[in-house]
Design a protein around this ligand. Structure first.
Ligand code: ATP
Ligand code: ATP
Ligand code: MG
Ligand code: MG
Ligand code: MG
Length: 257
């Protein structure tokens, strides 16, 4: 038998290599639900967009933003969320595995914990889980391009899914609906929605079209005699804004400053 006193910690620890993320870059941790196609079927999510399920995702994201002060912005759509850490964050000494695992496990436990608040009459039938990765973006322009890419993805998927499910709900089989939409452009999908279903795509709920952004916003302090006028406090907001437009980043310059 091995004498436990002979195990040298320094020797064992020497096998542990930390994957440190590049300093002075914006770290994005993106989580994504594993097999949510099935999870959303089993839990009978409304297709193509279950509003309560999206609100549940948003509230789990708010909890993550509240817990980790270094998260300056996050963007979510469908079963995914991207969390952006400030450029000079030193959270977990920028060790990727610790950062990613802490964020994704907190998100998952909040999702499960809050399930009953959003679905009081729907049993959670099995345990959801999420995967996650960390990517570094070296400039605020590239970071904005990353976020724009996720919102473009949201837009394209939503347009496809909305058209697809309208066709299915109107009696087409899934493969027929797929055939109908194959190779169509955004404009044609909008025309199909307008002509066949009298739906103006641009009037659909903004959360479905633009996804959700969670961030600390500045808010004028409540008028309080004791307080100095003009002081700001920050609060977490959930908004559905166009983050592709550069004007958003200009108006909210404090996020990336
Ligand atoms: P993977 O494990 O590779 O991520 P996945 O099944 O989760 O596979 P995704 O590409 O992540 O696939 O897509 C998520 C799926 O979850 C969507 O296709 C959609 O059907 C479903 N989904 C997620 N959120 C909602 C929602 N709010 N309302 C309806 N369906 C949703
Ligand atoms: P960090 O976030 O750095 O890991 P920590 O508070 O989790 O900080 P650890 O070194 O991981 O610190 O130690 C875990 C602590 O949790 C222990 O100090 C102990 O007090 C407590 N703990 C964990 N499991 C048990 C248990 N089964 N019974 C009693 N206390 C426990
Ligand atoms: Mg995935
Ligand atoms: Mg997924
Ligand atoms: Mg996904």
């Amino acid at each position: 038998d091995k004498d436990i006193n002979k195990i040298m910690p320094e020797y064992v620890k020497s096998f542990q290599f930390e994957n440190s993320l590049l300093p002075s870059t914006w770290i994005v941790v993106r989580i994504d639900g594993c097999h949510f196609h099935r999870f959303s079927d089993v839990h009978e999510f409304e297709k193509p967009n279950d509003e309560l399920a999206l609100n549940l995702m948003n509230s789990a994201a708010v909890a993550v933003v509240e817990e980790f002060n270094d998260i300056i912005f996050s963007y979510g759509v469908s079963d995914e969320y991207s969390f952006v850490l400030k450029k000079d964050s030193w959270l977990y000494e920028r060790h990727a595995s610790q950062l990613v695992s802490a964020i994704v496990s907190l998100f998952t436990s909040m999702y499960v914990l809050k399930w009953k608040d959003y679905f009081p009459h729907k049993e959670l039938k099995y345990q959801p889980y999420f995967d996650a990765r960390a990517v570094c973006y070296p400039s605020s322009d590239i970071l904005q391009d990353y976020l724009a890419w996720r919102q473009v993805d949201c837009h394209i998927n939503n347009q496809y899914n909305t058209s697809f499910w309208m066709l299915v709900k109107s009696g087409k089989s899934k493969s027929e609906a797929q055939k109908c939409l194959k190779g169509t452009f955004a404009k044609e999908k909008n025309e199909l929605l307008a002509s066949q279903f009298s739906i103006d795509y641009n009037t659909m709920p903004v959360m479905f079209r633009l996804g959700s952004s969670v961030f600390w916003d500045k808010e004028e302090k409540m008028v309080d005699e004791a307080e100095v006028a003009g002081k700001f406090r920050k609060k977490i907001v959930v908004e559905h804004c166009n983050i592709i437009e550069k004007s958003f980043w200009k108006e909210h310059y404090h996020i990336l400053e």
